[in-house]
Design a protein around this ligand. Structure first.
Ligand SMILES: Cc1ncc(COP(=O)(O)O)c(C=O)c1O
Length: 375
């Protein structure tokens, strides 16, 4: 094999993530590298923290970025919040909530699964019922936007129910942050994590996080040590919120942080509410064109749908993989396949971040028409 510099195709990323990165973010990523304790880098970290507080709609001082993907954020929230033997109610209606169950098991917690049909929002009554028969539960965990199915749950209501039963809440906002409303303080979410590669239109590998005062108190009063060194919130906050005494925790990927900072700045300049509105409006246009021009429909009922990630039923007799391959090879366009129970049955079409605009809708509809004609 001969080796040369890597120069990838310019793909249009309209799957469940990553989405395309704003060119301004790509430029920011290539600035000169700084050390992780350089005073200029510390200023950048402080600015990222404030921009994240704006994006999450929280005033929590325990808001920061974990150097790792959304899955690390999931693990970090659970490993800090759950002690061995704790009962954790996990609301699952798809692949990613199932990952939460696996993590709870790995750290010795007892998951109680509230099961929802794939493709539907979590029914709040099911959570209420589970809490009524599990009065000793300590934590309730759920996914806001279940990327595997396209369903959006009302986590404000789920959180209200959990708190009424004296539980703390762990929420996955990986696919919602930046693209759909997430209001951490108003919704009383105690531990939240997200990712950088979807609604924020940045590169993958960073997990924005926020913990409430209540969560911090809970973590600081654990009876058992946190079963992770890297994800120990006390150590992470020593780097992110240490003020004058800020301490080295790990070598932060400084160039990646430049990119995230730029992405958050772009979002702030647009205005977070305007971004949510843009995603909703473009999604409505895409749904109407899919129905009107191709007779394709989302599997998730209206009212429970993620605006910016549509799970579309593959028409009978169509080889879903062939269509995806045709889109990729002939049109440089990536869309997602179904996962788990929905493998082979749906396509997942993302219109997120930088890609949520009419030009992308036009391109996608025209390419899909051609690919369907051939298959
Ligand atoms: C809802 C949800 N949670 C967690 C993850 C894991 O994120 P990552 O792939 O960045 O580890 C994903 C990834 O798509 C996701 O959609």
């Amino acid at each position: 094999m001969s080796h040369k510099s890597f120069n990838p195709h310019h793909r249009i990323l309209m799957g469940p993530g990553p989405s395309n990165v704003n060119p301004k973010v790509l430029t920011a990523l290539s600035h000169a590298t700084l050390g992780h304790l350089d005073p200029q880098f510390i200023e950048l970290m402080d600015s990222i923290k404030q921009l994240l507080q704006y994006t999450f709609k929280t005033e929590s001082d325990s808001t920061f970025v974990l150097s790792g993907p959304g899955s690390l954020g999931m693990e970090a929230c659970l490993v800090n919040m759950v002690e061995p033997g704790d009962k954790v109610i996990v609301c699952t209606g798809g692949y990613f909530a199932n990952r939460m169950v696996q993590i709870v098991e790995k750290i010795g917690g007892h998951p109680v699964v509230v099961r929802e049909t794939w493709g539907r929002a979590i029914d709040p009554q099911k959570l209420e019922d589970a809490l009524n028969v599990n009065a000793d539960a300590k934590i309730v965990a759920f996914v806001h936007v279940e990327t595997s199915t396209g369903a959006l749950s009302d986590i404000k209501q789920l959180s209200e129910i959990a708190h009424r039963h004296n539980c703390l809440v762990v929420a996955d906002v990986v696919t919602s942050l930046g693209a759909a409303e997430v209001s951490v303080d108003e919704w009383n979410l105690d531990a939240v994590y997200s990712c950088s590669q979807k609604g924020l239109a940045c590169v993958a590998g960073m997990a924005p996080m926020a913990f409430s005062e209540h969560a911090l108190y809970h973590i600081r009063n654990r009876k058992t040590p946190i079963q992770s060194w890297f994800n120990d919130l006390n150590l992470l906050l020593g780097y992110w919120s240490g003020g004058e005494k800020r301490m080295y925790h790990h070598t932060a990927p400084s160039n990646q942080f430049y990119g995230l900072h730029e992405a958050l700045l772009i979002l702030k300049e647009e205005g977070i509410e305007n971004s949510w509105r843009r995603h909703k409006e473009n999604s409505a246009k895409l749904i109407s064109r899919l129905k009107g021009e191709l007779d394709l429909e989302p599997i998730v009922p209206a009212g429970e749908r993620i605006p910016h990630l549509l799970a579309i039923k593959v028409p009978d007799g169509v080889d879903e993989a062939k269509v995806r391959i045709e889109l990729l090879t002939k049109h440089n366009l990536e869309i997602g396949a179904g996962l788990g129970e929905l493998a082979g049955k749906i396509w997942r079409i993302g219109l997120m971040g930088y890609n949520s605009n009419e030009k992308m809708i036009d391109y996608f509809i025209s390419a899909l028409k051609k690919a369907l004609d051939k298959n």
